[in-house]
Design a protein around this ligand. Structure first.
Ligand code: ARG
Ligand code: ZN
Ligand code: CA
Length: 234
């Protein structure tokens, strides 16, 4: 049946203190973030509803990202906090404040649907708390970091995957792109193949205000991924 499936979203706020600068985001920003997700995914037939919010004060989890050399510091965090099944989007907001060895400067990262069955507790999205709508991470302060990371969580790759050649992002209607685009460059065209770079796509790296779309091909891909690996039917 052509019913819009609703994804339950569990928000896990990791903070170093109970102040906003310690990562204790207000419920109003979380609600605004859910609204951004619903607006951005409207064309894909996927919707999101907040299923729960919890707050954990833990400076180690707040500071750390998963290590660039392959170590995961956040296994314990996810094991302690993850809720729901394969169809539940678990979002962890953290600070990424540790400056050495942890890829600081991150906005976020995500697992893919195909890895759920092998490691269900690791499933989910980790984002910078100040990237929520109204946060302090300008020009990444309109909630598109979660839109982008949720894009990976539903099975989408970057639009610049594979550069100008190869299978790229496995979606036919996102023109090939040599590298990630930053800012909001007008008319950028880095590959000779048809189409200008898809800089307005949520799966590129441009500023939040520059990101406006998923394509029909991306919607088709995410339907397949969500049905195959997360049991979500459209
Ligand atoms: N660099 C991150 C990633 O690869 C997130 C990019 C988010 N971009 C944004 N405009 N908020 O997953
Ligand atoms: Zn990404
Ligand atoms: Ca081109």
């Amino acid at each position: 049946a052509l019913v819009s499936p609703t994804i339950p979203v569990y928000f896990h706020v990791i903070r170093s203190s109970t102040s906003l600068s310690g990562g204790s985001v207000p419920q109003s920003q979380i609600d605004a973030q859910i609204s951004v997700l619903n607006a951005d995914y409207a064309s894909t037939g996927l919707s999101f509803t907040l299923a729960g919010t919890d707050f954990t004060t833990n400076s180690t989890w707040f500071q750390r990202a998963d290590d660039c050399s392959g170590q995961s510091y956040q296994t314990a965090m996810k094991k302690a906090l993850r809720k729901g099944g394969a169809n539940a989007l678990n979002v962890y907001t953290v600070g990424f404040t540790r400056s050495t060895g942890d890829c600081s400067g991150l906005l976020g990262y995500s697992t893919f649907p195909s890895s759920y069955s092998g490691n269900p507790t690791d499933d989910g999205v980790v984002i910078l708390y100040s990237s929520l709508p109204g946060g302090t991470a300008a020009p990444f302060d309109e909630g598109r970091t979660l839109t982008h990371e949720a894009g990976h969580w539903v099975g989408l790759y970057h639009t610049f995957q594979g550069g100008c050649s190869g299978s790229g992002d496995s979606v036919a209607d996102t023109p090939a792109e040599a590298d990630p685009a930053f800012g909001c460059p007008t008319g950028q065209d880095t590959c000779s193949s048809a189409g200008v770079d898809p800089i307005h796509n949520f799966m590129d790296y441009t500023d939040d205000s520059c990101m406006t779309e998923f394509t029909a091909g991306q919607a088709t891909r995410l339907h397949g991924q969500m049905t195959s690996y997360r049991g979500v039917t459209f």
